[in-house]
Design a protein around this ligand. Structure first.
Ligand SMILES: Cc1ncc(COP(=O)(O)O)c(C=O)c1O
Length: 425
């Protein structure tokens, strides 16, 4: 389907079909979104994105996490550009490598060293390798539904991987101490690590905050067994607290993986770790052609100054609270069973009794018409460039969208788009 408003977008999709796998690959594919969602964008600034047809949206996806301080933040990007001009990818790193490692070690309680890489998957994979190397054991425990990236050991779609690559992993239920203990018992003396997402951000399901009991049980199992505790902060890092989330719960990990927001969209990720994991990380061979690029590190240094200063967290939390409270009020006025879960800075919005997301798809498509880009089944993100005005616009849009949903409800058919995309995976 094509429409006049999105003619450029559909033209690019047609060209993409010839030269991109499936016409678009990975998490940026809009195949599992309402049909009206644009696939291609031309620019971004602050809290806004514009599609290739020039239509602007308040962007609650924040590039799936990298945008924390607004798109195109002047100070961060100036630092990036200045370093790009003098030396980015060189035969060796610049001193920014050490400066940024020092800044992260200073900021994150459990961290005593830092190993920078590019993507979140690099960091989670290196952390798992370090844990196996440190312990000389094989088994990793992980929570059902937790996403850790796309290496063969963790990609959620097993096509193209071998059983051996995906072996030595045992799953447990998030926040369920008994299930975690049972998995540890099953691993026995081959337990290398527990990898936990600090916040449960399972796509399609209500988001869950970790209980302190659960995080501390994971820590205690690792202490008793000699295994490593790994947290995957790639998505949640610095968006909920200005430290590791499990440090705050009294369960500091031995290793943690970070990415996305740590340079506000510039390409860098990091493994952080403590003394117990140093031998492991020093034993494995992990590197990459671009891992020592200095320009993203320059951007990261500005980000770390802001994290340290701390005011940003108050800003996004207040914005998130206004959005959550406002949407709940509007939904209640319309008598809609609307649920918001996860931290207010990383919300998921869903509807009660909506197993195939047909209400969610309809509502999000209505919001899109009003210039608000939401996601029906993946958690969203807030950034410091979002203002009261953006929230006001969002709440007004929600008022219209809930009314439209109520009017359409009885005639909504099954969510064929989502079901077909899911069946094809
Ligand atoms: C929790 C978590 N871990 C790991 C990753 C992988 O990061 P990347 O896509 O940068 O490889 C992601 C990406 O969304 C993530 O959300």
């Amino acid at each position: 389907m094509s429409d006049a408003l999105h003619s450029q977008d559909w033209a690019w999709r047609a060209r993409a079909k010839a030269v991109l796998p499936n016409g678009m690959y990975g998490h940026l594919s809009t195949q599992m979104l309402p049909e009206a969602y644009p696939q291609f964008f031309s620019r971004a600034e602050g809290a806004m994105i514009w599609d290739v047809d020039g239509v602007g949206y308040i962007d609650y996806m924040c590039a799936f996490g990298p945008n924390l301080f607004g798109y195109g933040d002047r100070e961060i990007d100036d630092a990036y550009i200045a370093q790009l001009r003098v030396g980015d990818v060189m035969t060796g790193p610049s001193p920014h490598l050490v400066r940024l490692a020092e800044a992260m070690v200073d900021q994150v309680s459990h961290a005593e060293w830092a190993l920078f890489c590019k993507n979140g998957t690099d960091a989670t994979t290196a952390a798992v390798m370090a844990a196996r190397a440190a312990t000389g054991r094989r088994v990793i425990l992980r929570a059902h539904g937790s996403y850790h990236g796309t290496s063969p050991w963790c990609t959620p779609v097993p096509a193209g991987t071998t059983e051996a690559e995906r072996g030595h992993q045992i799953w447990f239920d998030y926040n369920d101490v008994e299930s975690l203990r049972a998995a540890a018992t099953e691993a026995g003396n081959d337990l290398a690590a527990i990898i936990g997402t600090p916040v449960n951000q399972h796509a399609f399901l209500k988001q869950q905050l970790p209980t302190a009991d659960y995080a501390r049980a994971a820590r205690a199992i690792c202490d008793a067994s000699g295994a490593m505790l790994i947290t995957d902060e790639v998505r949640s890092g610095f968006r909920v607290v200005a430290d590791g989330i499990w440090d705050d719960l009294g369960a500091p990990p031995d290793l943690s993986a970070w990415g996305k927001a740590i340079a506000n969209g510039h390409c860098i990720s990091v493994v952080l770790g403590g003394a117990r994991a140093r031998y492991g990380i020093e034993s494995v061979f992990v590197t990459g052609s671009f891992w020592f690029a200095s320009a993203p590190m320059a951007a990261g240094l500005v980000v770390m100054e802001r994290i340290k200063e701390g005011g940003y967290l108050k800003t996004i939390t207040e914005t998130g609270n206004r959005l959550r409270t406002g949407l709940d009020e509007v939904a209640a006025r319309h008598g809609v069973g609307f649920e918001q879960s996860g931290p207010v800075t990383m919300p998921l919005m869903t509807f009660t009794d909506d197993p195939d997301f047909r209400a969610g798809f309809f509502w999000c498509a209505e919001m899109l018409k009003e210039g608000v880009y939401l996601h029906p089944w993946h958690n969203m993100f807030l950034n410091t460039a979002m203002t009261d005005e953006h929230i006001e616009i969002t709440l007004k849009a929600a008022d219209k969208a809930f009314a439209a949903l109520n009017a359409a409800r009885l005639t909504l058919g099954p969510n064929e788009r989502l079901l077909a995309a899911a069946a094809n995976r």
